[in-house]
Write a protein that binds this ligand. Sequence first.
Ligand code: SF4
Length: 401
Amino acid sequence: MKNSPTAAYIHIPFCRRRCYYCDFAISVVGDKPLEDDSVMVSDYVSYLCQEIESVPRHTDNPLKTIFFGGGTPSLMPQKYLTKILKVLETNLQIAPDAEISIEIDPGTFDLTSLKGYLDLGINRFSLGVQSFESELLEICGRTHNLDDIYLSLDLIRQAQIKNFSLDLITGLPHQTLEQCQKSLLQAIEINPPHLSCYDLVLEPTTAFGKQYEPGTSPLPEDETTAQMYRSTQNLLSSAGYEHYEISNYAQKGYQCQHNRVYWQNQSYYGFGMSAASYFQQKRFNRPRTRKTYYEWVKRGALIDSEEISHNDYLLETLMLGLRLSEGILLTDLSQKFGEQITSKIVSSLDVFIRQKLVEVDYEPEADSTILPQKMARLKITDPEGFLLSNTILANLFDTFS
Ligand code: SF4
């Protein structure tokens, strides 16, 4: 299929318990390991594969990135990952140098599983650490402790995995600025090539959402979370990490290619319950529970598509692209939305440009035939602009809604 997506997200919903901040579509399976013959897993994977097979088979545009997320994909017996990858290869093909990522949680894998993942061609690992403070892990309802984290890191080292990322959360209940900085220093000592540092978002349906008010004790005050953000930026940049996206840091050559597809508002497949696909300016959402997802696959996996209006396409391109520290090329905006709209975007941001929260950066280009203003990039500044990105984006929404 010409112009078909070359990125695929695969949702693996199984988790031991639900962490107190999480509102993802998951199935809680308890602390016992999932067996090879688990009916729940085998059913889910069989519907998932059926769904992948329902996409018109094509071989001309192989997948360049695959992301097994969830959920906790590392809870699932390996033979199911083998099966899913085989179906992806047969139906959509996988490029030989594809980035294939998997989310793994401390305490849910061993050396044999890591080696097995590598044998399957999985080449990027995202470890859900969240914090290096035992009591904070407990407060979040995580199933692992500090020992599990260090054991996992040891296994990653033994398996000689180079491309791995640590996930951390800041702004947790009872978390102090010092604890946040200490966690970061511990992360830096491990020297992972990639780090994701997300600020806690209070989702109303979660245990945290029901229990806490943003900015109110025991959650850190807004000024403290802002300091945590600045500290993160400062410590990681000093340690040689590029702050390439609002919440993501990478050493050279280790940015997450799959997530860049989202931020650049390019098309992607999503498979499994709650996943969304996006292509041809349409979004395709799937049901959020196993039961409704199975029913939907049985009915032929026919997706109600949500047409994205040209205006929403513009807003999403801005909202996602401005998350990247490289920003958005103005020539790209002009090509997609016209010169007039591009000028209107820049002038509506004038107040933020004057406050140095947004900048139009004229990068020198090797090709001297290109006029300098053609290579201009619209960017949010780091860290002060990023800290106010919601206000900046709300202003764009007001202008273009
Ligand atoms: S392990 Fe991840 S997906 Fe599962 S409940 Fe916790 S945060 Fe959510």
